[in-house]
Design a protein around this ligand. Structure first.
Ligand SMILES: [Zn+2]
Length: 87
């Protein structure tokens, strides 16, 4: 007779896995189309987090990397930079 396993220790791990199953989505946009032809923005990304649902516009220009809403210390900035390095 197989031993019964308690589902309790599995539940928190399953939730954790669910978080990793939905990584942030990094979409590279054309800066000139969104900011204008004379833009000096080198990189423009839209970063979307599933949990909690939020969208951030991340710019890379002569000021460095920054989120349009939250500034350079936004979590989306690091996600965008990682996304650009890996592509
Ligand atoms: Zn942000």
């Amino acid at each position: 007779m197989p031993a019964l396993r308690s589902p309790d220790p599995v539940a928190p791990r399953a939730r954790q896995l669910d978080l990793f199953d939905r990584p942030p989505i990094v979409e590279v946009l054309d800066p000139r189309a969104h900011v204008g032809d004379r833009s000096r923005v080198q990189t423009l990304c839209r970063v979307a987090f599933a949990i909690p649902p939020s969208t951030h516009l991340v710019f890379h220009d002569r000021h460095g990397w920054y989120c349009s809403q939250h500034g350079p210390h936004c979590e989306a900035v690091e996600v965008a930079r990682r996304g650009m390095r890996s592509s």
